[in-house]
Design a binder for this molecule. Structure first.
Ligand code: AQP
Length: 324
């Protein structure tokens, strides 16, 4: 498979990002051609992005990704703005994208809702995302569930380009992980996300006491709606437990829940223990990588490899649309 995926340098890496996407990124490195991108142009669509913070966030995120297991020898890891072909392809693809399709994107509608100033980049975001993926002729994209609609649009854009200019781009398929939609612990009706504030995510590299505080205060009893056997908050804690604990531990907690004997305190303590056991090696690796300090070289080498591919694809695209 030819894999492409991206992540925004908009702050800390959280458990939703990790279990929804990054863990698959790492696993897919085995036997596939993988291109992983820190999408800083996308981050500019966020009105709160501050220049010096963006620069720092890019490096911090690169360190996080390496600590999670992205191997720059096997995968191409680079920063989007270091490869200008992304924006060139974005413009060309925009010209085969339907305005109506863009206006239907739920992420745009959610992010634009209630904002006094809605920048054009936010509206055009899915076209740039399509360009990111198609520039590497990727056929598979590991993502969380929130990105499925954008990926469907990428497929439509590829189809329309191919129809107008001849078969060229693949129609990429999503790869969903075991936790395609991890929910906020403070409000389990919303996805875990940075946009809603620090109470709504758990950062991979947050201090342990802070992670325990967020788990300890996680919402559990919300009342059940008809047909539900578990409240959304408890279901979310079980989802997390399944990701980090052995099957027999999860089974035991499920049995207690079914018998009405489950103590949430026990569930939360066990989850915290297994979560930290899973995260500690990553946190340790990050400290080592930070001490080594080779991040700029790694990203520069990644950009060089990415650019080689991007240039070849753009050359072909320019010829097909009549620019060359
Ligand atoms: N809650 C989630 N569950 C599963 N997967 C998730 N992803 C994000 N949240 C969840 C997946 O993480 C990858 C990177 O997404 P991104 O670049 O959109 O990351 P982000 O913007 O930092 O994620 P946030 O916190 O949700 O940011 P905002 O609030 O700005 O939208 C993607 O594959 C995504 O699906």
């Amino acid at each position: 498979m030819r894999i492409f995926s991206g992540i925004q340098p908009t702050g800390v890496l959280h458990l939703g990002n990790y279990f929804g996407a990054i863990k698959q990124w790492v696993e897919l490195q085995e036997g596939n051609f993988c291109v992983y991108c820190i999408v800083d142009y996308h981050a500019l669509t966020n009105e709160n992005t501050v220049p010096h913070e963006l620069r720092t966030n890019v490096k911090e995120l690169a360190l996080d990704l390496l600590a999670c297991g992205i191997d720059p020898e096997r995968s191409i890891l680079f920063v989007q703005s270091a490869v200008p072909e992304h924006t060139e392809l974005c413009w060309i693809l925009g010209c085969v994208t339907s305005f109506g399709d863009l206006a239907r994107m739920t992420q745009f509608k959610e992010k634009a809702r209630g904002q006094e100033f809605v920048n054009g980049g936010l509206f055009y975001y899915p076209v740039l995302q399509a360009a990111d993926i198609l520039l590497y002729l990727a056929d598979h994209v590991p993502v969380g569930e929130d990105q499925l609609q954008h990926l469907e649009l990428t497929r439509r854009i590829a189809r329309r380009f191919n129809w107008r200019f001849g078969e060229f781009f693949p129609e990429p398929e999503p790869i969903l992980g075991k936790a395609p939609r991890l929910m906020s612990l403070a409000d389990p009706m919303r996805k875990m996300s940075k946009s809603y504030g620090p109470e709504h995510y758990i950062g991979l590299m947050e201090p342990e006491e802070e992670i325990w505080r967020k788990i300890r205060t996680a919402v559990t009893d919300m009342g059940l709606t008809p047909g539900q056997t578990m409240s959304p908050g408890v279901a979310n804690l079980f989802t997390l437990l399944e990701l980090v604990a052995p099957a027999d531990v999860v089974e035991e907690f499920r049995r207690l829940h079914t018998e009405g004997k489950l103590l949430y305190k026990d569930l939360k303590e066990t989850l915290f223990r297994y979560l930290m056991a899973a995260m500690r090696p990553l946190r340790e690796r990050r400290r080592e990588l930070e001490a080594k300090g080779q991040i700029e070289e790694i990203l520069a080498a990644g950009a060089e490899r990415a650019r080689k591919i991007a240039k070849g694809v753009i050359k072909e695209v320019r010829a097909r649309v009549g620019l060359d």
